[in-house]
Design a binder for this molecule. Structure first.
Ligand SMILES: [Zn+2]
Length: 326
């Protein structure tokens, strides 16, 4: 075995060779060379006399919006190394966490750009598969990241609180968009297939052409919400609207959402999850979320749950001074 430094020494000192990296360069044909010479001469003529003063020479880098990312020149500053392609959620968290006050809006935008774009890639193709659950589990996790809710929170709450429509409805909508786009362009050969689709042979098959091309996402979500059986759902009239308090500081925002969904770190639930030996409040009664909000003599809220949901001044004040970290 020869060590690397010896190879370098032998190559450089004894064989008189130099080490070069292979690079991509412009092809220079004889015609190119002639053209370059001609242009250099023209440039020299243009700069004669005092005219060079009117030429702006610069060695500065030109920064463009949406420039191509170069691994050589551009570095990303994160607290820890994370590769968005390996773990979009980690990148989402990092981006949302860094310096912008962790506002839900920032997290939402980041989630849509980094997580949803990957999770919904080519959705019309696989949307009707039976394996979408594992993708939904990741998207639920992302929504919890935006809302600050805990894992046991009823999943139906998450799309409303994060202001992103339920994943399956979004996929259905993207298929319907694609179908209506195809049908609008009558020149496309696929239309002849869509007009007389091949017969479905297996019941389990669920091809794209049986999908509805006129999906009204907002209407479907409204209908779904009205048929849900989750606690406090009456607080929300239309799930398509943005929940109040969306840009509150992270801590207030997540406490607010835990009260809305009735799932937070009260002693009753902590005890149920084996995280606290005692389910009682310091006032002696069982400490449920309802107890803290309504019955606890030490900290009950004088207004209604609706006031909390709408983020009135009193409600925000009460959340800020709440001595139990929900
Ligand atoms: Zn109490």
């Amino acid at each position: 075995m020869i060590i690397m430094s010896s190879v370098h020494r032998i190559g450089k000192k004894e064989l008189n060779l130099n080490s070069y990296k292979l690079q991509k360069v412009h092809l220079l044909t004889d015609a190119n060379k002639r053209q370059r010479l001609e242009r250099c001469r023209q440039l020299k003529i243009r700069a004669t006399g005092q005219r060079w003063e009117r030429i702006l020479f610069t060695d500065e880098k030109l920064f463009k919006l949406e420039q191509v990312h170069s691994h050589q020149n551009d570095s990303n500053w994160f607290a820890e190394a994370s590769d968005p392609w390996l773990d979009p959620q980690a990148a989402c968290l990092e981006a949302g966490w860094s310096g912008w006050g962790r506002a839900a809006d920032t997290l939402r935008t980041t989630a849509l750009a980094l997580v949803y774009s990957v999770a919904e890639y080519c959705a019309p193709v696989w949307e009707r598969s039976s394996h979408t659950d594992s993708i939904d589990a990741q998207l639920n996790q992302t929504m919890r990241l935006i809302t600050g809710n805990m894992r046991p929170t009823p999943i139906d709450w998450l799309p409303y609180l994060s202001n992103i429509a339920p994943p399956d409805l979004r996929r259905k909508k993207s298929t319907s968009n694609l179908l209506s786009k195809i049908k609008a362009n009558t020149k496309l050969p696929i239309n002849t297939v869509l007009e007389i689709p091949p017969p479905t042979r297996l019941i389990s098959r669920n091809p794209a052409w049986v999908a509805d091309e006129n999906v009204d996402l907002k209407e479907e979500w409204r209908n779904r919400w009205s048929n849900l059986a989750i606690a406090n759902k009456d607080l929300v009239e239309d799930p398509n609207t943005k929940p109040p308090g969306y840009n509150l500081p992270r801590r207030t925002w997540s406490t607010l959402n835990r009260i809305r969904t009735s799932t937070g770190r009260c002693n009753y639930l902590l005890n149920k999850w084996n995280m606290s030996p005692d389910q009682n409040c310091d006032c002696g009664q069982i400490q449920t979320m309802h107890h803290i909000l309504r019955d606890c003599p030490r900290r009950f809220f004088q207004g209604t749950l609706g006031d909390i949901h709408r983020c009135t001044e009193e409600a925000l004040e009460w959340i800020r001074h709440l001595d139990i970290p929900l």
